[in-house]
Design a protein around this ligand. Structure first.
Ligand code: SF4
Length: 301
């Protein structure tokens, strides 16, 4: 076979070229465009609505200005960029970036926010830079920095219609590689503690949905034959762990049903407040009469 990244890009271009150029006014896609300014729903939007519909409306419907960015969001994005850089170099046949180079990248991204950063208790800019360095070192020392197979795509988007009653779903794919058995889809997660099997299964629908979207988008070029989360803990000694995820079609259908319910709420303008632990890091709390102050909110489960 040729260069996998190019083959995959060609397969996607073919799919995009055969897609209608713009949504007709009565489609769910057009409705989503008129509500959120985007012709699709992303997994991030669906999760946001499920966590607090009112926060979803502030962000995606009213497009209100956020008061700050939570440090966990900024840090997670910076670490994803660092992991992606390692795989991009692999894809382009370049040497693996050094620990200093990657930690510098993380630091630059942490300093790049235009919004004020809201740190968690006991956290500061310095502690996050140091944590970034430790996590980069742990990742580079693990086999997950250079897993078996050829890199096919890094930080790419996949999208498609999974149900004609809901807008196309879009997701960001962290990493896909081609092994002798087929395509392996990977998603990175940074977390405070190690994941147990319950946490893996709780997060698995996202990966299964992305695999379904990719399979459809690639239209027979290759299939996703394995899925995995790679978690890196935000600890004094970060631990890198791979968690395999099995495909379960009923889980994909349950996920589609949930997205359908969320979409129904969005298109009907159902945006109730859902006060609780998310209020602690909600960038719209100053506008929200239901906001629970940090002392009153229970911890993230
Ligand atoms: S402050 Fe709490 S209830 Fe209000 S929008 Fe934010 S998360 Fe929802």
């Amino acid at each position: 076979m040729g260069v996998p990244g190019k083959d995959m890009a060609d397969a996607k271009v073919k799919a995009w070229e055969s897609a209608p150029p713009s949504p007709s006014p009565s489609t769910p896609s057009a409705e989503a465009l008129s509500i959120t300014g985007r012709p699709h729903l992303s997994w991030t939007q669906v999760s946001s609505y499920q966590q607090c519909p009112r926060a979803f409306a502030f962000k995606y419907v009213e497009r209100a200005e956020a008061d700050f960015i939570p440090s966990s969001l900024l840090f997670g994005s910076a670490m994803h960029e660092a992991f992606a850089k390692v795989h991009e170099c692999d894809m382009e046949g370049l040497p693996c970036p050094s620990s200093a180079e990657l930690a510098g990248k993380v630091s630059n991204l942490l300093n790049s926010s235009l919004l004020p950063v809201k740190y968690s208790k006991g956290e500061s800019s310095e502690t996050l830079h140091a944590l970034g360095q430790r996590m980069v070192d742990a990742f580079l020392a693990s086999p997950e920095a250079r897993p078996e197979g050829q890199v096919v795509c890094v930080e790419d988007r996949t999208s498609g219609v999974i149900d004609p009653q809901i807008p196309p779903i879009e997701g960001k794919v962290d990493f896909v590689r081609l092994t002798k058995d087929g395509l392996v889809l990977r998603d990175y997660k940074t977390s405070r503690s190690r994941w147990n099997p319950d946490k893996v299964e709780e997060s698995a629908p996202q990966l299964r949905l992305y695999a379904t979207l990719l399979d459809r988008e690639l239209d027979g070029w290759r299939r996703i034959t394995a899925m995995e989360f790679v978690t890196v803990t935000k600890a004094v000694k970060p631990v890198v762990t791979t968690h395999a995820v099995a495909m379960r079609q009923e889980s994909v259908q349950a996920c589609i049903d949930q997205i359908g319910q969320v979409w129904d709420g969005i298109r009907k303008g159902v945006f109730p407040t859902r006060p609780g632990w998310p209020c602690r890091t909600c960038p719209y709390a100053s506008r929200c009469p239901a906001a629970i102050n940090p002392a009153g909110a229970t911890d993230e489960p």
